[in-house]
Write a protein that binds this ligand. Structure first.
Ligand code: CP
Length: 307
């Protein structure tokens, strides 16, 4: 198997993203089928190597591997020899020697999967690195939007919340801009990344202007684990000014999609009304996450063709 990595969407050609989304359409049929069993990854081995907590990303990669017949295993840093001081590169070499074909990695440090990819024979997939990127989340977000509207070109997408600390925000910005969306980020000025202006993304602190006429309204989690103190006065005040609720959604286009990468802090970035309303596709995002991750594993293992 020839080594290919998926480390981020920055600079990824639109055609390559579309190829993943197209493959995921086929994979979704498998996820929704009764037997959920194909042999696309027969003979391959996949390891999830997570140095941070996860529910959606880790479980969906593990299920994706199993549905496609791979030998799969999970390695959590706290229960491994990493806790005894083993370096990332030595851990990677150990997995290589065991014949692992694909390593799915989440790490609190930006760039950690890029470092690992330089030192291992296995393909590396970035499952979220610090404040940098979370490419597979952005691909499943794009899949969900494209599935609903048929195309992403020209859609107004409002993304509200802590973009500064969000790797999802960065990957969504690179991916959705490449796919032709009009992107509006809004949140407290202290949580808006200055570099987003250079991408042609609108940024500001007026949530109403961002959501006005939007086709999609996405909330971002407040990344408390990555924030310094004092970036906004209180969670209650944050929700008052930047929480997405019924009033905010009334400004969007009728039927606009409500999205969130999860985990949702109810009553903070989204009201329970917004999280559970008819327009909410938060649960669809989770199911699409399995299909998109199956597509990614299939393409890394088999490229354009299948063995
Ligand atoms: N969206 C996301 O990455 O969720 P998890 O942290 O549960 O994987």
């Amino acid at each position: 198997m020839q080594k290919q990595d998926l480390l981020g969407l920055r600079g990824m050609p639109r055609k390559q993203m579309e190829a993943i989304l197209d493959r995921a359409v086929e994979m979704k049929q498998i996820v929704r089928s009764e037997h959920k069993r194909v042999s696309h990854l027969q003979g391959k081995s996949v390891v999830t190597l997570f140095y941070e907590n996860s529910t959606r990303t880790r479980m969906s990669f593990e299920l994706a591997s199993k549905y496609m017949g791979a030998a799969s295993a999970n390695m959590s840093a706290s229960a491994s020899s990493v806790a005894k001081g083993e370096t990332l590169i030595d851990t990677g070499a150990t997995l290589d020697m065991m014949g692992v074909d694909i390593i799915i990695m989440r790490h609190p440090m930006s760039g950690a999967p890029h470092l690992l990819a330089k030192h291992v024979k296995a393909s590396v997939v970035n499952a979220g690195d610090g404040m940098n990127e979370h490419p597979t989340q952005a691909l499943l977000d794009m899949f969900t939007i494209r599935e609903h509207f048929g195309a992403i070109d020209g859609l107004k997408i409002a993304i509200i919340g802590d973009a500064l600390h969000s790797r999802v925000a960065r990957s969504d910005a690179y991916g959705l801009m490449a796919m032709g969306a009009k992107l509006y980020f809004a949140g407290p000025s202290t949580l808006m990344p200055p570099e987003f202006g250079r991408l042609g993304v609108h940024t500001g602190n007026d949530i109403r202007a961002a959501v006005q006429g939007a086709d999609v309204v996405m909330g971002l989690r407040i990344q408390r684990e990555r924030q310094k103190a004092g970036l906004f006065p209180s969670v209650r005040e944050y929700h008052h000014f930047f929480g997405i609720g019924m009033d905010t959604l009334a400004l969007a286009k009728p039927g606009a999609l409500v999205m969130h990468p999860g985990p949702v802090n109810r009553g903070v970035e989204l009201s329970s009304y917004a999280a559970d309303c008819e327009q909410s596709v938060i649960r669809d995002q989770v199911q699409n996450g399995v299909a998109v991750r199956m597509a990614i594993l299939d393409m890394l293992a088999n490229g354009g063709e299948r063995a």
